[in-house]
Design a protein around this ligand. Structure first.
Ligand code: OXD
Ligand code: MN
Length: 601
């Protein structure tokens, strides 16, 4: 694949924001010596730089210009059809021992994999430009904030990282000149975008990431899954904080009482929709605001958990997004957005399955082929994405930049389960809540390559993102709980339960406010609940279902416990813990025994 990312030569004043930190310069020199780029482009994230890179990307077909009247400031990118999702099978945690990576991660011995990656990177940027991107994760004045550098030969990465992170001067200032300061080293090269040479490798002890052979966001925007979650979770355990795959939202009552909740759902299970929820008409005066839609970093302060969103933008799943499902997302992506792998209409607009209105009579699909509503193929890839700045979100929380973070009243776990798991229930206490998180399961989605719709255990929605031994991660959760005098209450939700007819029982989206309201009531000590074997369950009249078109039987089914299904579920918990080979602590094993005992008559 020649000319995959040909060099560009910027005019004076662009691409020359060289940092002064000696350690960074030495590292860049080392990578440049290895990869042999045509030139080095030192990014500063400025408007001028961005305009230049967009113009070059348009020339080189990395971006396609959209109709600027319909979607101002927005562009379409098509990734290689072999490269459309995260590749968990090629993602490695490279710790000195296999045991440190634990039973849920692919492990590679650091010396061997470094050597292999060095061979792949040798001369990989010949004829290309090497971009050096300084970025910062977290608000400017947060104690949790981290600095990273990403070296890449992809303009798409530079343009996307400018949206997804706080990029440029602000990161350099935060890092300063101390060569021993903590910062993350990220190296990315497209190579020839070949699945056989695709590796996403993390070296937690070295605070280093090397990603080769892919151009898909989840594999190459190293700030996100790689730093903020995999390396982040390792640092969090070492440093006593939490890095979680969680949205963070604010809920304000008409009287002005405000709570923040954090929610961990697996990829493509509606975190963005929940984080941008608009309450139904019945909840007049209630307001939901977004702090983050994918990642939460939390620390303990005054016995409580406080959260920040380390990101600066949203990299969300497009299909299914509409003014009906998520009006705030639609408004957010109406301008200044990079779309990846959606369809292009004849008038230069974007289209995807589930967008409002009729499908276009003709479009170009995500692979670049003609498409009509009669086509068998989908117009947009099921994992097509938008990259959009968080400031576009009309529901952005006013405290999103607050360095100390927002106090978390509740943590919610949830997955996609057609059966067994009720709409909502509450853990008895923190340890029981950790058990709920540790045994969470969900039907797989298109966010990662592989089968879709298979139930898999995905503890705390972190299965693909925990950068160290999952047993130690569970223990870290338990330990954090012991340090909290005012811990968040923990809940589990399931918007996806189906009835005997195979249809969803719950309408979801904005109506999830009804569940959120019960959660807030519980936090305030006012919501009713019944003690059940699995936790505190609302009875139908504990949920505010007024003005909702739902059958009473459906409500009973949504909140019901089928004892036979739960026997299977408990057996699956045991099987999962057993599959982890002895890393699960006594405390969580005891939780399972207690759960099983509560089902006995
Ligand atoms: C994501 C994911 O892109 O979880 O957020 O895959
Ligand atoms: Mn995610």
């Amino acid at each position: 694949m020649k000319n995959l990312a040909p060099a560009i030569f910027p005019p004076k004043g662009i691409g020359d924001a060289k940092p002064s930190n000696r350690a960074v310069l030495d590292w860049v020199h080392e990578i440049a010596t290895l990869t042999q780029p045509e030139n080095i482009f030192w990014c500063d994230g400025s408007e001028r730089e961005n305009e230049f890179l967009i113009a070059e990307s348009l020339k080189q077909n990395v971006l396609i210009e959209l109709n600027q009247k319909k979607v101002p400031g927005s562009y379409l990118h098509r990734s290689n059809p072999n490269d459309v999702a995260r590749v968990e099978q090629f993602t490695f945690v490279c710790t000195p021992t296999k045991q440190e990576a634990g039973p849920t991660n692919n492990w590679a011995e650091p010396r061997e994999i470094y050597a292999k990656l060095r061979e792949l990177l040798r001369g990989a940027m010949r004829g290309r430009t090497m971009f050096v991107i300084p970025y910062m994760m977290g608000p400017a004045d947060s104690p949790l904030t981290k600095v990273g550098f990403e070296i890449t030969d992809s303009k798409y990465v530079v343009l996307s990282l400018r949206t997804m992170t706080r990029m440029g001067e602000i990161a350099l200032r935060r890092l300063g000149d101390d060569p021993s300061a903590e910062w993350n080293r990220g190296v990315h090269s497209l190579l020839d975008v070949n699945p056989e040479r695709r590796f996403i490798c993390h070296f937690p002890q070295d605070n280093t990431i090397i990603s080769v052979g892919s151009g898909y966001g989840g594999n190459v925007l190293l700030s996100k899954k790689c730093l903020a979650l995999r390396i982040g979770s390792y640092l969090a355990c070492k440093q006593g904080w939490m890095a979680e795959h969680m949205l963070i939202l604010g809920v304000e009552s008409p009287e002005g009482r405000k709570h923040y909740v954090a929610a961990a759902f697996p990829s493509a299970c509606g975190k963005t929709n929940f984080a941008m929820l608009i309450p139904p008409a019945h909840f007049k005066g209630w307001k939901v605001t977004t702090v983050g839609d994918d990642i939460g970093w939390m620390r303990i302060r005054d016995g409580r958990l406080y959260a920040v969103n380390p990101e600066n933008g949203y990299f969300g799943v497009v299909p299914g997004t509409s003014y009906k499902s998520n009006p705030n997302a639609m408004r957010s992506i109406a301008h200044d957005t990079i779309y990846t792998n959606v369809a292009l209409t004849d008038d230069g607009d974007v289209w995807w399955e589930g967008k409002d209105g009729d499908p276009p009579a003709h479009a170009i699909d995500w692979r670049g082929n003609d498409w009509t509503p009669q086509s068998k193929e989908k117009a947009a890839h099921p994992n097509s994405r938008f990259t959009t700045p968080m400031r576009n979100n009309p529901a952005l929380d006013p405290d999103v930049e607050k360095g100390e973070g927002v106090p978390i009243s509740a943590i919610i776990f949830g997955g996609r389960r057609s059966d067994t798991v009720p709409l909502v229930y509450q853990a008895f206490d923190w340890s029981h809540g950790v058990y709920l998180g540790a045994t969470m399961a969900s039907e797989t989605t298109a966010a990662a390559t592989g089968a879709v719709g298979r139930v898999r255990r995905d503890p705390m929605a972190m299965l693909p993102f925990c950068g160290y031994n999952i047993g130690d991660y569970f223990q870290h959760w338990l330990n954090i709980g012991k340090r909290l005098s005012n811990p968040p209450l923990i809940f589990n939700v399931n918007w996806f339960r189906k009835g005997a007819d195979g249809k969803f029982l719950w309408s979801g989206f904005g109506e999830n406010m009804r569940v959120l309201k019960w959660i807030i009531d519980r936090c305030e000590g006012s919501g009713g609940a019944l003690k059940s074997p699995i936790g505190w369950l609302p009875s139908p009249h504990d949920l505010d279902l007024a003005e909702l078109d739902i059958d009473h039987n459906a409500v009973d089914e949504l909140l019901g416990l089928d004892h036979e299904e739960w026997q299977k579920e408990i057996a699956a918990h045991k099987e999962f813990f057993d599959s982890l080979g002895g890393v699960v602590s006594e405390e969580l094993q005891r939780q399972r025994d207690q759960l099983a005992a509560r089902f006995k008559p």
